[in-house]
Design a protein around this ligand. Structure first.
Ligand code: HPA
Length: 282
């Protein structure tokens, strides 16, 4: 990839932004929200003003996972303007991480000041139960790629972005306090991203616990890296849909199980995100 390719990506981003602005009366979202597997309900709570199918937005990838709808929703949550991705893109679908993170670039150029990310994940902390939540305080990238690889998009961020404090401490503290006050079962921990699409072997779950992870999933980290490259504050939260550690607790998991468990956790997650959207100042 040469310098020219950076220019091509910038042009693609600008074309998508232009299309979106033309089709939303230049709606100016304050926050961006990415909804993970089985966690699309929050979208229903948005007072929707505009909705765009991914398929109509120039250069947007189209989600291949049936459990993910492919829509960008513009509207108000807690009275604040937001844009929500109902359905996201995963490395295992075959996209490059530049494609996976393209919508994050676009949301930033639409004006978002903060990114909220949710996902379904396997629990590795022995204190976890299916249906619990985990606020992400840090992550480990085990994907065999990085969305920032290749010429840097200098207009958007630095070549070597810092990752010493990826997840916004103020949002984490606010979410922890809210969960405590509302008796929501919620942990705070480290998320590790793996390529998938297969779930982990018992030996792999054990390895992921040993390297310091509390939850494992197949998403989030690429979008978060790109958000931090552009200096966006990030809040991430996982719905624990199955248990990977200790290995005696590992059971066979199907997509239906994951979606069912995510639906159990969803109302709590929605409450936490609403509370943050309502109470964060910027
Ligand atoms: N592993 C990886 N990804 C996942 C899991 C898991 O156990 N559960 C939900 N997404």
């Amino acid at each position: 990839m040469d310098r020219n390719e950076a220019k091509i990506w910038m042009e693609r981003i600008n074309e998508a932004v232009k299309y979106i602005q033309e089709n939303t009366d230049s709606f100016n979202p304050l926050y961006g929200i990415i909804l993970g597997t089985g966690l699309g309900q929050l979208a229903k709570e948005i007072d929707e003003k505009y909705s765009l199918d991914y398929g109509n937005i120039p250069h947007f990838p189209v989600s291949t996972v049936e459990s993910h709808q492919g829509r960008l929703i513009f509207g108000y949550l807690e009275g604040k303007p937001v844009v929500a991705m109902q359905g996201r893109f995963h490395y295992y679908e075959g996209y490059s991480l530049k494609e996976v993170t393209f919508p994050v670039r676009v949301m930033k150029m639409l004006g978002i000041k903060r990114l909220f990310v949710s996902n379904a994940a396997g629990g590795l902390n022995p204190k976890m139960e299916v249906g619990d939540l985990m606020i992400i305080k840090d992550h480990i990238n085990l994907l065999p790629d990085n969305p920032l690889r290749g010429p840097n998009l200098d207009e958007l961020g630095p070549r070597f972005p810092d990752m010493s404090q990826v997840y916004d401490p103020e949002a984490i503290a606010m979410a922890e306090a809210f969960a405590r006050e509302n008796n929501i079962r919620c942990h705070t921990g480290v998320y590790v991203a793996v390529p998938g699409p297969n779930l982990e072997t018992k030996a792999e779950y054990k390895f992921l616990r040993l390297i310091g992870a509390d939850a494992v999933g197949m998403s989030t980290v690429p979008e978060v890296i790109v958000a931090r490259h552009m200096n966006l504050p990030v809040f991430g939260i996982s719905a624990i849909t199955d248990i990977g550690f200790p290995i005696e607790r590992v059971k066979e998991v199907s997509l239906e199980d994951v979606i069912a468990a995510a639906s159990t956790a969803e109302p709590h997650m929605t409450k936490i995100i609403r509370a943050l959207v309502a109470n964060l100042d910027n």
